[in-house]
Design a protein around this ligand. Structure first.
Ligand SMILES: [Zn+2]
Ligand SMILES: [Zn+2]
Length: 377
């Protein structure tokens, strides 16, 4: 079967930046994610095709090889299995699929496990991941910021080191299950195994529970940490902070903390990707005669913008490189100024006289002809 060009698959330019590629991939992958489209073969194929393209284009070396030699150069570098678990793409996946359920399953399907989290009686249990929603101001999102956050989490008990036993006392085999962690009960022809109710599947019980944590091995604590928010962060971005989630039970490893960034609106600016929009009023004489105005930037500077003579209402003017910084690059988006022509509502006698004189020079417009809607864009 003929393969589609990787750039075409993701719908990006050959000059597209890393972030553009990631965004394009994420859009396709989320829409066609097999967990969201069960049984839809076409969606699964689109998902696989986009994933393969992303694996190559997200990696600078592989992308270079692909640009130079095409598919022949990167054959076997992407695709399911094949020890691909440590590529650039793979490391990004958690970030990309973070807010989708079933991430683990998909990851294992495409990268052949390796990240499966421990569970069950034999291995130690990992603590829960936690989520913190952080609201930040519009401009903090534009220029980046540091924020101290405080949240409750489970830490390993300081008295028993997390094993749940009062110091000096021991741990013994659970008498109910004999250490297997499971109890079986018969139901008709079947014998059903379930987790032991006495030891919660641990297989052991403590002789005397720790007096500080009551035997759970964990304590609630209010944790304070500093979070760095990168410049140009988008609304909804999840920032992973490793090992700052709950401690695992019985001394197991800690989960991660996910800080979800929420950006407040701004009085004057609106954002679309890396571009910023702003509406600026001018008088109708400025619109007719033209002139210079100074418009506000994100940095609270003023930059001079030339209004051409005969500027119509809603005209959009572009200010290059006055938009949002693109993280990891020196590039910025643009600012778009929409011109709103204002009509005076109170006129002095002198103004009225001048306008009447102007009106007497105008062509008669008492029977205006409608403007074709197609001309309005
Ligand atoms: Zn304890
Ligand atoms: Zn038991």
């Amino acid at each position: 079967m003929a393969k589609r060009d990787y750039y075409e698959v993701l719908g990006v330019d050959r000059s597209a930046g890393k972030d553009d590629i990631k965004r394009a991939y994420r859009k396709i992958a989320v829409a066609n994610h097999p967990d969201r489209n069960p049984g839809d073969k076409a969606a699964e194929d689109r998902f696989k095709e986009a994933t393969e393209a992303y694996e190559i284009l997200a990696d600078e070396k592989k992308r270079q090889t692909y640009d130079q030699f095409g598919f022949a150069g990167v054959e076997g570098m992407a695709g399911s299995g094949g020890g691909f678990g440590y590529s650039t793409a793979a490391r990004d996946f958690e970030d990309i699929f973070g807010d989708l359920g079933g991430f683990g399953g998909i990851f294992e399907q495409f990268f052949g496990g390796g990240r499966r989290r421990s569970g069950g009686r034999e291995s130690v249990q990992r603590g829960s991941d936690l989520r913190y929603d952080l609201r930040i101001a519009f401009k903090d999102a534009v220029f980046g910021t540091k924020s101290e956050i405080s949240y409750p989490k489970e830490i390993s008990c300081t008295r028993c080191d997390g094993n749940g036993a009062e110091p000096g006392t021991g741990v013994r085999t659970c008498p109910t299950c004999g250490g297997s962690g499971q109890v079986r009960r018969s139901s008709g022809f079947f014998s059903i195994a379930s987790s032991c109710p006495t030891c919660s599947g641990e297989g052991t019980i403590v002789e005397k529970p720790c007096t500080k944590c009551g035997g759970s091995g964990r304590l609630k604590k209010n944790q304070k940490i500093n979070v760095s928010i990168p410049a140009g962060v988008e609304d909804g971005r999840r920032i992973r902070i490793p090992d700052q989630g709950d401690a695992g039970p019985k001394g197991g490893p800690a989960g991660d903390l996910y800080v979800v960034v929420r950006i407040d609106g701004h009085e004057f600016f609106e954002r679309d990707g890396y571009d910023v929009y702003c509406v600026v009023p001018i008088t109708f004489t400025q619109a007719a005669l033209g002139g210079d105005i100074n418009v506000p930037t994100l940095e609270d500077r003023r930059v001079k913008v030339k209004i051409p003579a005969g500027t119509q209402n809603n005209k959009i003017l572009r200010l290059r490189n006055e938009g949002i910084p693109q993280s990891g690059t020196s590039r910025r988006g643009d600012m778009y100024i929409r011109i709103l022509v204002t009509i005076p509502q109170r006129l002095s006698g002198r103004e009225k006289d001048l306008l009447k004189e102007l009106a007497s020079l105008e062509d008669d417009n008492s029977n205006p002809k409608p403007i074709p809607l197609a001309d309005l864009r």
